[in-house]
Write a protein that binds this ligand. Sequence first.
Ligand code: ZN
Ligand code: ZN
Length: 360
Amino acid sequence: MENDQTATRIAGLHERMEQANIDAFFTLASPSMRYLTGFTGEDGFLLVAGHGVHLIVDGRFTTQALGECPQVDVIEYSGHFSTTVARLLAEVHAHWLGFEKERMPFAEAERLHAAIPSVAMVPTENIVESMRMVKDARELDMMRAAGRVADAAFRAMIAQLTAGMTENDVAALLEYEMRKAGAQGTSFSTIVGSGPRGALPHGIASARAISEGEVVVIDFGVNYQGYMSDCTRTVALGDPGAEVRDVYRRLLDAQQLGLGLIRAGVSSRSVDSAVRARLGESGLAQYFTHGLGHGVGLEIHEAPRLAQSTDAVLQPGHIVTCEPGVYLPGQYGMRIEDSVIVTEDGCESLTTLPKELMLG
Ligand code: ZN
Ligand code: ZN
């Protein structure tokens, strides 16, 4: 990560620490550490206290941390991390240690608490997450690149897709193409739901073979240098019949309505409501059983959500998904999902994949 980026983000963290009345901040969550320091290792601990930014790692990650985080004080620990944290807090006489209550396991909090009896542990939420919601120019470029990699992989997979393949075959092929296109991995377990399995909104790929004329929901994403893509396409190998084509047309219409409403200043709940109402006009709202969308970035699901349960207002630089679905239990399911960058006057899509239901 660029040095100035780390400095800017740590300065932003200090501001939020002041607002939260804490003089130290601790995290063991990889996305928070990566955002603040550029460290990409899966294990480590970050302590910000006084003017110090300390990345505490075990011997497996020392070389990596020193290389990735030149602006940060890298400390190799042995034993338990809490001993090192206690020493560092004592050095700067910190009294109020903020930790991420949604990310820190209870056992680790307990152990840390025992090591720092004179420091108050303050549960915090959304401190780093709120900083991550609006993506900067570099992050937007990374997300665009992730989208391009995902599109290339999907196109390569579709060119090889035939009836008789199992859902697992499709997922394996897609994931192979992701790697070949430059991804470091997937952003979540690839969802391939064919026939009645498509009605399971998060049914990951199984050994079920796909038949001619069946609808297949494929929800997939790449991890591209730490940034996640998220896209769903619903395809049919051959004609799935007039009813299915009609439902798909209505779903696509509702998704396009949603995409057309996404812009800065709009409440995310209102977008969800509009899409739900449009599906309701054809009696399909009852089969749309999840929120319309979510933020995406260093994590596959992050703030802001597009749902009834949120008060979020969209801002330029937010990246959100628009993914209405229709799930008819025991019959079939379908979902169409695009990830978009919110702009002042609309949105910019991160995918160029077509949305035709029938292949070939
Ligand atoms: Zn998805
Ligand atoms: Zn999604």
